[in-house]
Ligand binder design. Structure first.
Ligand code: SF4
Length: 414
């Protein structure tokens, strides 16, 4: 019998070579996935239950209550969706339109500016399959994929053989790591690890742009011109280079412009691409879907008069300014990911969660709705970190509702 392969939704690498064994409608074996993937695909440590005000209810009552909250809130927010299928994300956007809601996702405080620059054709990108086939210089900047996306190096970027990289990693590829600490990825990069102090990324970018322009580079921290010129030289000689951008770099930049400047300079003298190290399996998908609908990737509000967009529509600003009076959180846990001073504002408004697992947010929510794990129990499509659409089928059968079905039922009850 021909081997069937499945897709892991443990992160935005969406590995498509997963083999499974199912016993009694449960995953008994998951082969080829990393530990992070296995943890996501197997049951949650604490599966969610449908609750209203802390008491167990059936899903119909939970959906009815959720619908009534959204109907009666003048300024609702819909947030999350990075762990939902494209179908569910489109449904959530439709719901936001119906309820004149704000809509935002985690990209508004992580990879959003990079994705926006890629979609606006301001930064050149490529696919992971092209990296595997052609890349000879790979830069991991502020990223530690060995831990965040455990199969990134082995499946696509450093170790695999590709069409024009037949001799493997030792002879055919140079891996460079720029980071504030010696991460596991930095250890793999050996003497091509360039350690910088926190918040020094922009200074190093300026120095690299100078070096690539033939000037003597200077920085205020302990990295001499020789070392910076050596790094610039490696980048300049690339036949096909890629910068894998992590949150360490994003968080230290005041805005995206220094990165755009570096990528432009690299493409004046060489051939370089950028791939954002997106975390949740379909966060990029949400950004693409909202962009298609509104021209914006996040931080938007639907109104009768049109779409409002800006920092004032981000979850952080809406909570800080108390401009939101109900929140629907889908597959996300802002209570644990946002700063405590902002997250505590969620305690003052009715929160609805849709999640397969119990989270800090669902524990405090007025309405918690249990859904299935996308990828394990329901199929769909998603956008991989490099912008490629990936289709996946469910691994195990279930009678429970997917995010998309729950959102449809909420809309029907409005
Ligand atoms: Fe799943 Fe990501 Fe691990 Fe691949 S790297 S198996 S997509 S968690």
């Amino acid at each position: 019998m021909e081997q069937e392969y499945y897709v892991c939704t443990g992160c935005a690498l969406l590995c498509d070579d997963i083999e499974i064994e199912v016993t009694d409608n449960k995953l008994s074996k998951v082969n080829n996935a990393c530990l992070k993937g296995v943890a996501r695909l197997k049951e949650c440590a604490k599966p969610a239950e449908c609750k209203v005000d802390g008491s167990n209810v059936n899903i119909d009552d939970a959906i009815k209550e959720a619908s009534s909250i959204l109907k009666n809130a003048p300024n609702p927010l819909i947030f999350g969706m990075g762990n939902s299928t494209t179908g569910a994300q489109k449904k959530a956007i439709e719901l936001a339109k119906r309820t004149n809601a704000y809509i935002d996702d985690t990209s508004s405080f992580c990879q959003g500016p990079v994705i926006e620059a890629i979609l606006g054709d301001r930064i050149r990108t490529c696919t992971l399959d092209e990296v595997k086939d052609y890349a000879d210089v790979i830069v991991y900047w502020g990223a530690d994929p060995s831990n965040s996306h455990p199969r990134h190096l082995s499946k696509y970027t450093y170790f695999p053989r590709g069409k024009e990289r037949q001799r493997g990693w030792e002879e055919d590829r140079t891996a460079i790591c720029i980071d504030v600490r010696k991460s596991d990825t930095a250890i793999i990069c050996g003497d091509k690890f360039y350690q910088i102090p926190p918040q020094a990324d922009e200074e190093l970018i300026d120095a690299l742009v100078s070096a690539l322009s033939g000037k003597v580079p200077k920085v205020s921290f302990g990295m001499g011109p020789k070392k910076i010129l050596e790094l610039a030289n490696l980048l300049k000689k690339a036949k096909f280079g890629v910068v894998c951008v992590g949150l360490g770099l994003i968080y230290s930049l005041s805005d995206i412009e220094p990165l755009v400047k570096l990528m432009n300079k690299l493409n004046d003298v060489s051939n370089f691409h950028l791939i954002p190290m997106v975390g949740q399996f379909n966060m990029r998908g949400f950004d693409h879907n909202l962009h298609e609908e509104t021209g914006y990737i996040n931080r938007a509000r639907f109104q009768e008069s049109g779409v409002e967009h800006g920092p004032q529509c981000s979850i952080v600003e809406l909570l800080r300014t108390k401009n939101v009076d109900a929140a629907l959180v889908i597959g996300s846990d802002p209570m644990s990911s946002l700063p405590g001073s902002i997250a505590k504002e969620l305690l003052d408004i009715p929160v609805i969660t849709i999640d397969p697992c119990m989270t800090m947010t669902s524990k405090k929510a007025k309405v918690a709705i249990a859904s299935v794990t996308s990828g394990a129990e329901c199929g769909g499509t998603a956008i991989r970190m490099d912008g490629v659409e990936v289709e996946f089928k469910p691994m195990i059968p279930t009678d429970s509702l997917s995010d998309e079905e729950i959102l449809s039922r909420i809309m029907e009850a409005l």
